[in-house]
Design a protein around this ligand. Structure first.
Ligand code: NAD
Ligand code: MLT
Length: 553
């Protein structure tokens, strides 16, 4: 499910641009698959000019992948942005999603390194190692000045109990620290597994002797620690930030250190990297220990991140499942085989739905329902196909929207639907009659007329359309199909077939469904070639025909 692979590009060598230093192992892996340019000195303007010529861009935190750069890439070949690390705050993921460009990262590759660096910073700060190191190297033997504090028995407050936060907890406990954590998205059970208690944000701030930040940088977490928060902390608190610069208001931190409220800070990350000259006052304070964003800078982490990101970029370009996609649904490769026939059915149902509604009519609702085995377990069904229906829903939406607009893919289908005000819902039930699984789409348009199409699989890959609005049919969704609604009276089917026959249009299959004898009925004709406007008009004029539509699946 490559988001943007288009037919004309198949078979052409792929091109990957690397704009931040990543391990040679990753470059080597990329080169086995693609032409790779490593350009570490590009300005934003130069990157914007060149990006359209590449299928993939690979970065660390140095390159700012802005809206303008992504838009320029989307005008060309760009399909995937790989981040050799965890934080994607340097990438405009929203724009990438809108433009159907996949963003992948390597989230676990540097967890241990980042946690070890945090502990190193914690101890460096508590024992004033950097300052002592500097003074001794300059020839001064000062033991009193570099008096430190023990961490054993002290309270460590962790903000953000994800991968790195959890690792830091384990290591800090080994140092005899008592740990409390705040993370609104983590359960007490998870914290319990680490042998710690979750607390509120303010409680953690007020209880801790050391505070270590481990959240992503988002609009919500920007400056989450500022003047107000420092006020809540214990006098003499020490703060460590090996996560992201913007989490702490650096000016407020400087004031809090100068006032003596904060005894010291250890910072690996900064609001601006490298910090501008205006920010040097904070860096130069004696109580501040700094490293230039080294949390992930170990041979092990860099090798792992580069290899993972190379593999993921290649997977994305080869149309294989991508485990670490930020903006795309992931399905295990083994399960993908079983889901594939449903994705083909989803494509047909989405296209059929789109062709049933008038082009000028705005769609307001797109309701997908899964019945039978595929709906087993109801909402939130676990593993297996039933637990992965969202991908099938996205496939239907993609095919539906593609009928009206260009550039829709698996990455941006949901975003585009939202933008157009289409409410997408999914419902599931195990209850079903006649089939083992049934998937249906009901669209509601502005005019409030609902249209329903439903399909199923017979065996492994025999696709069937089995319902059209209220009618039961059994049609193979392929090629051209004529859908006629009519009044169930004699003398309709014959003339329609004659009109087609007279024009040399071969009927490959025919299905009739009706509500009740003499009521409304539908006829589905699979035809071997397209049906011209004049022929359609002629069919419409057959007595008792209400409507005729030609669809192509
Ligand atoms: P993660 O996604 O596993 O964990 C982040 C945690 O923060 C999650 O559990 C999430 O629930 C929590 N969180 C989100 N918003 C929060 C909020 N408002 N308050 C409290 N908790 C909140 O990420 P990770 O891999 O553990 O990385 C953590 C941070 O460390 C990220 O910012 C990442 O970019 C950074 N990082 C830096 C380096 C480095 O070189 N210095 C290396 C690796 C990671
Ligand atoms: C990350 O987010 O993974 C870190 O900041 C590491 C890095 O890319 O240097």
């Amino acid at each position: 499910m490559n988001p943007k692979l288009n037919e004309s590009e198949k078979g052409k060598p792929k091109k990957v641009l690397v704009t931040d230093p990543i391990s040679e192992e990753g470059i080597k892996k990329l080169r086995e698959f693609a032409e790779v340019d490593v350009e570490l000195e590009l300005s934003n303007e130069e990157l914007k000019e060149r990006i359209a010529g590449y299928d993939a861009l690979t970065v660390r935190s140095g390159t700012k992948v802005t809206k303008e750069i992504i838009e320029a890439g989307s005008e060309g070949k760009l399909k995937v942005i790989g981040r050799a690390g965890v934080g994607v705050d340097n990438i405009d993921v929203e724009t990438a999603t809108e433009k159907g460009i996949m963003v992948v990262n390597a989230p676990a590759a540097n967890t241990i390194s980042a946690a070890e660096h945090t502990i190193a910073m914690l101890l460096g700060l508590s024992r004033k190692i950097p300052a002592a190191n500097m003074s001794l190297k300059s020839g001064v033997w000062e033991r009193k000045k570099h008096m430190g504090v023990e961490v054993n028995g002290k309270v460590l407050g962790i903000i953000g109990l994800g991968r790195v936060g959890s690792e830091v907890v384990k290591k800090a406990k080994g140092l005899g620290m008592r740990v409390v954590a705040y993370d609104p998205f983590i359960s007490q059970d998870k914290a319990g597994e680490l042998g710690i208690m979750l607390s509120g944000f303010k409680e953690v701030l007020s209880l801790a002797d050391f505070i270590s930040l481990h959240t992503p940088l988002t609009k919500e977490t920007h400056h989450m620690v500022g003047a107000k928060e420092f006020e809540l902390m214990k006098d003499g608190v020490r703060v460590i930030n090996c996560a992201r610069g913007g989490l702490i208001d650096e000016r407020a931190l400087k004031d809090a250190i100068k006032s003596g409220k904060v005894a010291g800070a250890a910072l690996d990350v900064f609001e601006e990297e490298p910090p501008s000259s205006g920010e040097r006052e904070l860096l130069e304070l004696e109580e501040v220990v700094v490293t230039p964003h080294l949390g992930a800078s170990t041979e092990e982490a860099q090798k792992a991140a580069a290899i993972i990101i190379a593999e993921e970029v290649i997977n994305a370009l080869m149309n294989k499942p991508v485990r670490n996609a930020i903006n795309m649904i992931y399905v295990e490769e083994e399960l993908m085989g079983a889901i594939k026939p449903y994705l083909v059915l989803a494509d047909k149902l989405g296209r059929l739905s789109a062709q049933l509604i008038p082009k000028s009519s705005r769609t307001e609702q797109f309701e997908v329902s899964y019945e039978g085995e595929i709906g087993a377990g109801g909402a939130g069904a676990g593993t297996g196909i039933a637990g992965n229906t969202r991908l099938i829903t996205v496939a239907m939406l993609k095919s539906f929207l593609s009928w009206f607009i260009d550039g829709v893919n698996y990455v941006n289908a949901e975003t585009i639907a939202k933008k157009f005000g289409i409410k997408v819902t999914e419902s599931k039930t195990e209850t079903i009659k006649n089939f083992s699984s049934l998937i249906s789409i009901t669209t509601t348009t502005q005019s409030e007329k609902k249209r329903t199409v439903a399909g199923t699989l017979f065996g492994k890959d025999d696709l069937r359309i089995v319902r059209l609005d209220g009618f039961r049919v059994d049609a193979s969704p392929s090629g051209y199909m004529l859908l006629c609604s009519f009044s169930d009276k004699p003398g309709v089917i014959g003339p329609v077939c004659t009109i087609l026959g007279d024009r040399g249009i071969n009927i490959a299959g025919m299905q009739v469904g009706r509500e009740k004898a003499g009521g409304e009925a539908v006829m589905v004709l699979n035809v071997d070639s397209s049906v011209g406007e004049d022929t359609m008009e002629k069919i419409k004029k057959v007595e008792n025909i209400f409507d005729v539509k030609l669809v192509r699946l």
